[in-house]
Design a protein around this ligand. Structure first.
Ligand SMILES: *Cc1c(COP(=O)(O)O)cnc(C)c1O
Length: 376
């Protein structure tokens, strides 16, 4: 029996054609494809500026560098997240402080974050799990009251909106991922969304090895040179070309993902209610990005058993993050010795179902059949 994969990118002639087009020209970063994609991203999200990067991990580092976060600073990060959220903080020489998530959005809990603030705290770094916004109202209120920066890890947030506004555009910076597993992809890639032109100008220089090459390419200066400390975070135009084709079908990708989620919700609702299983939250003011569809089981044992049964039925179901404060590296971080009960419970009871634009109606039926046969 074929295993139904958890995720799969939708590539076809559109991507192949665009790659060949890019190969005929120059393929370094900040070229014609990259410029167009940055424009498309800015239009789609409403961000003043979008900068393509080699990954979301690098977009996070670049955001923190451009905002001046560094040695001596602390950044509040949720424990239930991908390692990049915390690694980016370490890479710029600052200290990640782990905090708990709240149980509705599974994002950073502003009340728990507040308890972990110190005189060194510079920023909050929430993550929008599954494409659903974290409690941005609460986090923005806290950031405003305590004069903190807010950087959004919107790696999973592409397409997600809160009251009509795109995730990644609420804080001082937002970071998107175009990794193979994300909603739109170029294999490996990311973007930094910014609203402040001064921060954007700094980020553009840091991204180009500390040079003003970007301004040079726009004809704003007559030669380019070393003007600041920097690194190399710019996305190749070859990958930007691939991403352009993906962005052109982003609405079709989103429609397919939404249709699958709608079927899962409709066809799993009564089974879930009858067995103490929770479906993802649906806050009325959100248009979710539908990046992940997950179930929260009543106990770790029932989740583990479900994983075994679904895999035996050829369903590529999966668990998700081990909380960072329980990981071999993360357990030495500040905050890691406090209990973070929501992160621990969610990590132990969450199960993801296959969700990608190439899932067929028959495959969705197979998933539903296998899930509704579970007796947690
Ligand atoms: C995928 C992901 C990242 C990392 O993205 P890359 O583009 O692979 O660097 C960071 N944070 C979260 C929450 C992610 O899901």
């Amino acid at each position: 029996m074929d295993v139904i994969p958890l995720t799969r990118p939708w590539f076809d002639e559109a991507e192949r054609g665009r790659l060949l087009q890019a190969l005929a020209g120059r393929v370094a970063g900040d070229g014609p494809f990259g410029r167009r994609v940055e424009q498309l991203l800015a239009e789609r999200t409403g961000a003043r500026r979008a900068l393509l990067t080699t990954s979301c991990t690098h977009a996070l580092e670049l955001a923190l560098l451009a905002l001046g976060v560094g040695p001596g600073d602390e950044v509040i990060v949720p424990s239930f997240t991908f390692v990049s959220t915390a690694n980016a903080v370490l890479r710029v020489g600052a200290q990640p402080v782990l905090a708990d998530i709240e149980p509705v959005t599974l994002g950073l809990d502003p009340r728990d974050a507040e308890q972990r603030l110190s005189s060194r705290t510079r920023a909050l770094l929430p993550m929008h799990y599954a494409g659903l916004a974290a409690d941005l109202d609460g986090l923005l209120e806290l950031a405003g009251r305590r004069r903190l920066l807010l950087v959004e890890d919107a790696a999973q947030g592409f397409g997600g909106r809160l009251r009509g506004r795109a995730l990644g555009t609420f804080g001082d910076a937002g970071c998107l991922s175009f990794h193979e597993t994300k909603n739109v992809t170029c294999g490996e890639g990311g973007a930094l969304l910014l609203n402040d032109p001064e921060v954007a100008a700094r980020a553009e220089i840091i991204r180009e090895k500390g040079t003003n090459r970007g301004a040079f390419l726009r004809g704003e200066v007559d030669k380019y040179t070393w003007v600041a400390e920097g690194s190399s975070y710019v996305l190749s135009d070859l990958l930007a070309a691939l991403l352009e084709a993906q962005l052109e079908k982003a609405d079709r990708i989103a429609e397919r993902r939404a249709a699958i989620v709608a079927r899962y919700r409709a066809e799993l609702a009564s089974w879930a209610a009858g067995h103490g299983v929770a479906l993802p939250a649906e806050p009325p003011d959100q248009q979710p990005g539908h990046h992940i569809f997950h179930l929260l089981f009543p106990s770790p044992a029932s989740r583990d058993a479900a994983l075994v049964e679904l895999r035996a039925a050829g369903i590529g179901a999966s668990f998700h993050y081990l909380p960072l404060h329980l990981s071999p590296f993360g357990r030495d971080l500040p905050g890691a010795h406090d209990p973070l009960p929501v992160s621990e419970r969610v990590a132990a009871t969450l199960l993801r179902l296959p969700l990608h634009p190439l899932l067929t109606a028959d495959e969705v039926s197979r998933v539903v059949e296998a899930v509704t046969a579970l007796r947690p």
